[in-house]
Design a protein around this ligand. Structure first.
Ligand code: TYD
Length: 216
């Protein structure tokens, strides 16, 4: 269920680690703000105070089983949607989130082999069915993405090349059958080209001209 009854617009950015989601999200936020829209930028896990604690537990905890991991992400998502995303959408804001439910389906459903359908049902229950109007998938070979990361790798980043290959394929398969909600881009392109493609699609979604946000 997309939330056509909500005045706001909900957009998620998805893809593997190190594909450039945060950069693209930031550039889009600047452009939309310059065009006069209220923009809320947020992320999962960790878009709230409670979420920061959950983020720390899931990324750095000891002996976190696959099911515990799935439930921690779902808990973070439930609280994030309830306290940040839905209130912003109700005000008419554009909400840009760095990761959402499709990350759980790809990483826990496929990467951890818990089953895509079950993990999706868990997240839909947690969020009372909230789906984005647009999901931007930045697709990149994980061996390239992971080399872009700095700092010590977290639990997920250490999960191994088969795990990351499965999550990448899961995102692509989901996008291929997921209908008009998805925009799939090759993240090996330049940041400028990627941003131009994203703005073009967002302009259509918001019914604004491609230059309405000005230049960032
Ligand atoms: P992210 O914040 O994108 O990583 P970073 O800040 O290190 O770039 O996400 C943290 C990790 O959590 C990432 O490896 C993907 C993983 N993840 C899941 O496995 N399931 C989920 O539902 C979400 C939201 C993230």
């Amino acid at each position: 269920m997309t939330e056509s009854s909500q005045p706001g617009v909900f957009i998620s950015f998805e893809g593997g680690d190190g594909v450039g989601k945060s950069t693209q999200l930031r550039l889009l936020a600047q452009w939309l703000s310059a065009g006069g829209r209220e923009v809320v930028t947020t992320r999962e896990p960790g878009g709230t105070v409670l979420g920061s604690a959950l983020r720390d537990a899931v990324l750095h905890g000891d002996h976190v089983s696959a099911r515990t991991e799935a439930l921690l992400y779902a808990t973070d998502r439930a609280h994030h949607v309830d306290t940040v995303v839905r209130p912003a959408l109700a005000r008419g804001a554009v909400v840009l989130t760095d990761r959402y439910l499709d990350s759980s389906v790809a990483y826990q459903g496929n990467g951890r082999d818990l089953g895509a359908d079950e993990v999706e049902r868990l997240s839909l229950w947690a969020t009372e069915g909230l789906l984005p109007q647009l999901t931007v998938l930045l697709d990149l070979d994980p061996s390239v993405g992971l080399t872009r990361l700095t700092g010590a790798p977290d639990r997920l980043e250490r999960a191994g090349s088969d795990f990351h290959a499965r999550t990448r394929q899961a995102f692509l398969d989901r996008a291929a059958t997921g209908g008009p909600r998805w925009l799939v881009l090759d993240a090996s392109g330049t940041a400028e080209d990627l941003q131009a493609a994203i703005r073009g699609r967002v302009a259509e979604l918001l019914d604004i001209s491609g230059t309405a946000g000005g230049t960032a």
